[in-house]
Design a protein around this ligand. Structure first.
Ligand code: APR
Length: 322
């Protein structure tokens, strides 16, 4: 049986860390690609990681490159190419630059890896997944974005810190866009099956939700650039579910029309929104729907509207992608 081939576009902080984690987990061979001016960085990181293999004992071929020909035959392509936000910037402030970058990358993915599942990480996430979908022309099931896996991980970490318990015992779900408009679901958050609402007062839960929403910004303020360890962990969790065909339910930016009332009955006019998705070899194999309470639905609608507005900005910038 041949190993899976996973290409990571953008050999920066997240790209390099993705290559490392994918190789450590032996999910497949890795191609790390950056722009020609950074070819030395992608080659250097790939070589450095290849020399970790004897110590950490993993078998994976790592290739650094600036040539798209090397991604040919990829099963999964992870797009991390783009600029990061600086202190004081929101993710949405990146749309002008990153839409062009993600579009150019996606056109190459279409040409060189037409069968791949594409996992987008570049921000503003929900709009960048839309760009990748339109620019590749791939079926929506094969294009998805990493946001919910990270947001949920941050929320679980903050709940566990508050309770002084293991993060392993905290289970949670969030919906909606990446960032300020994400929709917390405290009623579906539990600690080893015990509803968190029975364990923490409402204000503590609210504080954990707000910290998860602002978690990215908190780190940007501290480091001057955006986070990479947890975003990578979320991304690699998704890649693993796909290449191992695990059918894991992971909150992902997945294409929705009727699902959660995003664009009911409007064929081809849907949006990528954070929802629980069954991830397997085909990419997003199913969006898991469940009834929302009125206040949750109102928050989700607000979040969907924010995504729609940002996609509107992209459509005005690139009318041929509309
Ligand atoms: N093709 C390939 N790589 C590119 C391109 C392009 N057209 N344009 C930029 N890049 C590369 C840069 O050269 C850089 O090496 O993308 C890499 C980005 O790396 P970092 O600046 O370290 O950013 P990182 O922290 O990895 O974040 C990448 O993910 O979470 C988001 O907001 C984050 O949009 C940002 C992206």
């Amino acid at each position: 049986m041949r190993r899976a081939k996973i290409s990571v576009i953008g050999a920066g902080n997240i790209g390099g860390e993705c290559a490392r984690a994918i190789a450590y987990k032996e999910l497949g061979d890795v191609v790390l690609l950056d722009i020609p001016e950074k070819e030395g960085v992608s080659k250097g990181k790939a070589l450095d990681l290849a020399c970790v293999a004897p110590i950490e004992r993993f078998d994976a071929r790592l290739t650094g490159t600036a040539s798209y020909g090397d991604i040919e035959g990829s099963d999964v392509v992870v797009i991390t190419a783009g600029v990061t936000r600086k202190p004081g910037q929101s993710r949405d402030d990146l749309v002008g630059i990153n839409a062009g970058i993600v579009r150019a990358v996606s056109e190459n993915v279409k040409k060189y890896a037409p069968q791949a599942v594409v996992v987008v990480v570049s921000n503003p996430l929900d709009a960048m997944v839309y760009v990748a979908w339109k620019a590749t022309g791939f079926p929506a099931q094969r294009v998805l974005g990493q946001a919910g896996a990270l947001d949920v991980a941050r929320f679980r970490a903050f709940v566990a810190m508050e309770l002084g318990c293991s993060v392993e015992d905290v289970s949670a779900l969030l919906l909606g866009g990446h960032g300020d408009d994400m929709v917390p679901l405290p009623r579906l958050t539990s600690v080893h099956g015990i509803p968190v609402t029975d364990l923490l007062p409402a204000e503590k839960i609210h504080a954990a939700v707000e910290r998860a929403k602002q978690g990215g910004g908190e780190i940007v303020k501290l480091m001057g650039t955006s986070a990479w360890y947890a975003p990578t962990a979320g991304t690699v969790q998704m890649v693993e579910a796909i290449v191992r065909d695990k059918k894991r339910i992971i909150p992902s930016a997945a294409y929705c029309e009727d699902e959660f009332g995003v664009a009911p009955g409007q064929r081809g006019k849907g949006l990528f929104v954070g929802v629980p998705a069954v991830l397997g070899a085909g990419g997003v194999e199913r969006v898991v729907q469940f009834p929302l309470q009125a206040d949750e639905k109102a928050l989700l609608d607000k979040s969907i509207n924010s995504v729609r507005e940002l996609v509107g900005v992209v459509k005005r910038m690139m009318p041929d992608l509309a």
